[in-house]
Design a protein around this ligand. Sequence first.
Ligand code: C5P
Length: 222
Amino acid sequence: MKKINVAIDGPAAAGKSTVAKRVAEKCSFIYIDTGAMYRALTYKALEQKIDLEDGPKLVDLLLQTKIELEPADKGGKVLVNGEDVTKEIRENDVTNHVSIVSKHSGVRKLLVERQQQLSRQGGVVMDGRDIGTHVLPNAEVKVFMVASVEERAKRRFEENLQKGIQTDLEKLKEEISLRDKLDSEREVAPLQKAIDAVEIDTTSLSIDEVIAKIIELIEERS
Ligand code: C5P
């Protein structure tokens, strides 16, 4: 299969990372979770009690922060300056603050550069909010995954239950809606469907059905 680039965007908890990881595995492409980069910086900023509204301070912090994403087949860990933060970056505190950190243009500029560097060789499946519109505008396949907020909250609720974490479904719904609002209304690279992206509504589709649709697009275009 030709080493093309695949951009997968969409709102919070739409199942992008699960699907992107499996698509990458099937095509022997590299999966890149850009959200993990914004989360890693947010984790560091919270740890150092940096004002999340202070863009230049966050940029300084980012310049001193080495973020490594291990390939999925090597464990898929997220390391920050060598520290394994895979679990920590998924915790509520990070999740509920990451959209503030990611709105700053300086932060985005640096992370987008890193993301573009990682995809230079092609053969990448990258998920995020601005991949099809800004990071990989020339990606051969662009997908915009959507699902109702009820369905996304329900999936996250069940995922948490399986991990033994009890959550409040209504609160999850509110948190997901707020994150979507912040990500869609920010000035720099807001969450938006690229004009040439194929929208997939996953509300009533299984993960396997979504994967099959994306593989079909990859086969068509490679
Ligand atoms: O994909 P995930 O939910 O882990 O992303 C966490 C947050 O990181 C998003 O809510 C968004 O604020 C930010 N993000 C972004 N651009 C990306 C990926 C994530 O702004 N390409």
